[in-house]
Design a protein. Structure first.
Length: 289
């Protein structure tokens, strides 16, 4: 009984430390995703310390006054997704293995993100959500086809470390690009227009809080893409795991930004080509086993 209690305390400590690191890195991720691209095109942006100040205000208001039920559930789901997709461990590596193997599943995590997006902006095109959901389902099918028995992103990482030349890496890469081009998460303007149209929430602070929560969904989506783009960096330990987390996030953000800048997200045939290529590589890996 005592051993079980100690193990439970260690698991809670590990999860608490991971969540603390994620919360501390969120302002950096928001800054990299929203401000750095604007800075590169010559626009003036606020310094990083202002991002930390805004997040400090967000958490202070949340802890003091709470959130509406729907916003609270959205925040809980966002933190769960970030915790599962972070893919690093600090004290207890076994915790990362469980989270990464059974919960960090592309279809499960992507589905939660899409549900949160639809929850935030119900008026967003259902066709866009449907296309993105279809790509998520095909991604899951191709991963299972290329590597039968692999569970979660942790399993993908271990297989690629054991077999560096596996076609699973190419399959995951094609699926990551396809997901980046079909992302249906609402941007800041779409969210603002929807809130104005519905007249909810009424206060500015409440609107800012929802903007931050939806921004967390964008961070989660970029992490999902980064986990598929660079799966070997998933599940690292210590400081290397934190560095790997940031690198995967940057990689996923670059995929989304490239799709928007090049306009390739409007070309459905290119997405179909990517999915076809992913399927062929998955079949090749399956027959090679």
């Amino acid at each position: 009984m005592a051993a079980l209690l100690v193990s439970l305390v260690r698991v809670l400590l590990e999860l608490g430390l991971q969540l603390g690191v994620i919360v501390l890195l969120l302002p950096v991720m928001f800054w990299l995703k929203e401000d750095v691209p604007a800075l590169l095109v010559g626009r003036a942006v606020s310094p990083l310390r202002e991002r930390y100040a805004r997040f400090g205000t967000f958490w202070r208001l949340t802890l003091r006054y709470g959130l509406p039920v729907d916003d609270g559930l959205m925040l809980a789901l966002a933190l769960l997704v970030l915790l599962c997709l972070a893919g690093f461990s600090l004290v207890m590596p076994e915790t990362s293995s469980v989270m990464g193997a059974w919960l960090a599943d592309p279809l499960l995590m992507g589905g939660i993100l899409l549900v949160g997006a639809f929850w935030a902006v119900p008026g967003l095109s259902r066709g866009a959500h449907g296309r993105c959901c279809l790509v998520l389902c095909l991604t899951e099918c191709f991963i299972v086809l290329a590597a039968p028995g692999v569970t979660g992103l942790q399993g993908v990482q271990r297989l690629l470390l054991a077999s560096p030349g596996s076609s699973l890496a190419g399959t995951a890469l094609c699926c990551a690009v396809a997901l980046a081009l079909t992302t249906s998460l609402p941007d800041r303007q779409a969210l603002a227009d929807d809130m104005v149209m519905r007249g909810y929430p009424a206060g500015r602070s409440a609107r800012d809080q929802r903007q931050v929560i939806v921004g967390m969904y964008h961070v989660g989506w970029a992490l999902l893409l980064g986990d598929l783009l660079l799966p070997v960096l998933f599940g690292l330990e210590g400081l290397g795991g934190i560095v790997g987390l940031v690198v995967r996030f940057v990689g996923g953000s670059l995929l989304v930004a490239s799709g928007r800048l090049t306009g390739m997200n409007r070309h459905g045939r290119f997405v179909a080509l990517l999915l076809g290529l992913a399927g062929l590589m998955a079949l090749a890996g399956r027959f090679a086993v």
